[in-house]
Write a protein that binds this ligand. Structure first.
Ligand code: AMP
Length: 212
């Protein structure tokens, strides 16, 4: 699982892990954005919360993860942005025990608040495939299109300065305590995520190879 503040690179690293190691990834945030775009009851019900930087109720998120594990099997997975609260972590523990699947690694992407603010204010995301880049990287293209699928690149609607403040508060209050919890279980590994994506990925790859 990849844990860390907004903008710490969870989505980017999850994508790189999938490409390199072929491990399937699931991200509640990405699922909720898609549901909202599709106008489903789940998307509409949660849009108000996600747009304001709050956390969606635990039972909804745990339900999404259970559905995903049922569909994909529990033999290999990367969780991007799950769990984010202690009750979610406890539910996950129960689910994995039931499935007799150990959790190999909880990777904590350590990042300074300054870097978070800088990254989020220039983040662009592909509306079609979810690839994430930055305004500075995208100026090389004539128009902001995704280098992978040609989809349109745009700012995420919750990447706004005020919403970010709330997301950071939620992170500190509800997600940060998970670090101690996974540290006690011996699965936590901290990585300096202030560096570029390749440097972070090199460390993550090493951890995955050691855990295999
Ligand atoms: P992300 O794409 O991971 O930044 O998530 C975007 C938004 O989706 C978050 O700000 C939350 O509103 C919601 N969300 C994503 N994952 C979770 C989670 N594990 N628990 C509660 N809310 C979540």
């Amino acid at each position: 699982m990849l844990l860390g503040a907004p903008g710490s690179g969870k989505g980017t690293q999850a994508e790189m892990i999938t490409r390199q190691f072929g491990i399937p990834v699931t991200s509640p945030g990405a699922i909720l954005r898609r549901e909202k775009d599709l106008g489903t009851p789940l998307g509409l019900e949660t849009a108000e919360i996600t747009q304001h930087g709050g956390l969606v109720p635990d039972h909804i998120i745990v339900g999404l993860i259970e559905d995903w594990l049922r569909l994909h099997g529990a033999h290999g997975f990367v969780f991007d942005g799950f769990p984010r609260t202690m009750p979610q972590a406890e539910s996950l523990g129960t689910i994995l025990t039931r499935l007799r699947t150990p959790l190999d690694l909880a990777i904590w992407l350590d990042i300074s608040e300054e870097t978070v603010v800088e990254r989020i204010s220039s983040r662009l995301q592909c509306q079609a495939c979810g690839f994430t880049t930055s305004v500075t990287a995208a100026v090389f293209a004539e128009r902001p299109i995704c280098p992978y699928c040609d989809g349109p690149l745009a700012r995420r609607t919750d990447d706004d300065a005020e919403v970010l403040k709330k997301r950071l508060l939620e992170f500190k209050a509800k997600t940060q305590p998970l670090a101690t919890s996974y540290e006690k279980l011996g699965t936590l590994r901290r990585i300096d995520a202030n560096r570029d994506r390749e440097a972070v990925f090199a460390d993550i790859s090493r951890l995955i190879e050691q855990a295999a």
